[in-house]
Design a protein around this ligand. Structure first.
Ligand SMILES: Cc1cc2nc3c(=O)[nH]c(=O)nc-3n(C[C@H](O)[C@H](O)[C@H](O)COP(=O)(O)OP(=O)(O)OC[C@H]3O[C@@H](n4cnc5c(N)ncnc54)[C@H](O)[C@@H]3O)c2cc1C
Length: 427
């Protein structure tokens, strides 16, 4: 009953104005649809505000690599390691965690990495296409992307990841000793090996990027609403509208024939209303922004041991990364910030800055590390675009384009099976 074959413009409500939601809204308008973009806090309120800004096409290997079972408990007990847990959350986390870790085998990792390569392998092009003709265009910056290691032995210890990337067609230079440090004058002696990948990119202000794309939606005749979506209304299994609660607490119904759920880590509640089984958790991440740094990096780098990126941004240098389990309700913890600062001093020992600002946000991570992209199994007219884990900025532009094509009944040039929203349903 999805009208796959009709190209009739629709009224599409997009729920969530993060990168996935705004990219979907922009592409839907380009296909001629009327769009209402809804966010309870306004555009760029979630993970899309504070991420690392890297268009990380090569970040296709999931967290759940073989052997993680053995390493994770030790990492959790060591505050110098970039993995944290709010222990009180463990009972709620456990069922998801077991499903997540059940994918930590070679066959699943290769399947996930191959699927993600299809979605994010051309990220720079996808963002250039998304931002073209909008005020956000100047924030898309082509660049290299380098992974930094203490020495060759540390790189070799990661050989499993690199071998998968090579098999998927990624290529790079390896730089050792002084050559590695010459990548950037800001790097200290702790860096003894680097892997430099061409053909990547960065967004020089992720929050402003999403805001400008949302402003473009308005400029093109769309509506951007600040309201919380509470439920769907339907007749005979077909969507008829959304129930909203405004900032003043006023309840309202928005009529629409199509909706896209793109509410990031908060999507679970609405997915449940659709009868969609959504095993998803937040991998909480942290950033510190160093304003007016004494040196600016030439290009983004990933400090492999600390699992954080350092990325040049407008007026600041951003360090972003770390994984903490603790759900979407609890506020930020102190230990991840302390770790970022310690790693900052080790990696960039001479760097100075005027002021530091801190942020924590929620990466939406499904039990198989793949997003859900496609029609909701439980209600005609509803589509899902969520669960983009650590690569949602990278994959957001393509996801929006793909959803707009699907909703418009067009052929999509991407195998969609791995993203099928029904894959977690009980048979
Ligand atoms: C520290 C950190 C660093 C990262 N670095 C990178 C990186 O370098 N590169 C990369 O590709 N990815 C990175 N990511 C991941 C990336 O940020 C996310 O995958 C991506 O932003 C998810 O986008 P989204 O649109 O799905 O969700 P979000 O950006 O979280 O947006 C969801 C929106 O939905 C709204 N919402 C929720 N519920 C409702 C409701 N009921 N009604 C209305 N609105 C609602 C929220 O207010 C929010 O604005 C990083 C993440 C973190 C935390």
């Amino acid at each position: 009953m999805h009208d796959h074959n009709t190209h009739m413009p629709r009224h599409v409500a997009v729920i969530g104005a993060g990168i996935v939601g705004v990219a979907t809204a922009v592409w839907l308008q380009r296909h001629g649809h009327r769009v209402t973009l809804i966010d309870r806090e306004g555009p760029a309120a979630g993970a899309s505000f504070g991420n690392g800004g890297v268009l990380a096409s090569s970040a296709v290997v999931p967290v759940t690599v073989p052997g993680i079972w053995a390493r994770a408990p030790r990492m959790l007990l060591d505050p110098r390691q970039p993995l944290f847990l709010r222990w009180g959350y463990l009972p709620r986390l456990a069922p998801w965690l077991l499903r997540y870790l059940s994918r930590a085998n070679d066959a699943d990792v290769r399947r996930i990495a191959a699927a993600l390569t299809g979605l994010i392998g051309t990220s720079l092009d996808d963002h250039q296409a998304l931002a073209q003709g909008t005020e956000a265009e100047s924030l898309v910056v082509p660049s290299e992307y380098s992974y930094l290691y203490r020495d060759r032995a540390a790189y070799d210890a990661d050989s499993y990841l690199w071998q998968i990337r090579r098999a998927l067609g990624f290529h790079w230079d390896e730089l050792e000793g002084t050559a590695a440090r010459e990548l950037d004058p800001a790097l200290g002696p702790d860096v003894g090996f680097a892997v430099r990948l061409p053909g990547h990119g960065r967004i020089s202000d992720p929050g402003a990027y999403v805001e400008r794309l949302a402003a473009h939606v308005t400029a093109q005749g769309g509506q951007v609403l600040r309201a919380e979506v509470r439920d769907f209304t339907h007749e005979e299994g077909r969507l008829t509208g959304l129930r909203l609660r405004g900032r003043d607490g006023r309840r309202d119904t928005l009529s629409c024939d199509t909706a896209v759920l793109a509410a990031g880590a908060w999507s679970g509640h609405l997915a449940a209303k659709l009868g969609v089984s959504l095993p998803m958790e937040s991998e909480r991440g942290y950033h510190i922004d160093l304003w007016e740094p004494s040196q600016q990096l030439r290009a983004p780098v990933m400090v492999a041991a600390g699992k954080f990126v350092a990325v040049p941004m407008e007026g600041r240098l951003r360090l972003a990364g770390v994984v903490e389990y603790g759900g979407v309700q609890a506020g930020a913890s102190r230990a991840p910030f302390a770790l970022l600062r310690r790693n900052l001093a080790r990696t960039f020992p001479d760097l100075r800055w005027r002021e530091v600002t801190e942020w924590m946000g929620h990466r939406p991570v499904t039990a198989d590390s793949l997003p859900l992209i496609g029609p909701a199994p439980g209600m005609h007219g509803v589509w899902l675009g969520l669960g983009h884990q650590h690569i949602g900025l990278t994959g957001g532009a393509r996801t929006g384009q793909v959803l707009a094509q699907m909703i418009s009944g067009q052929q999509v040039n991407l195998p969609l099976e791995p993203y099928a929203p029904h894959r977690f349903q009980r048979r």
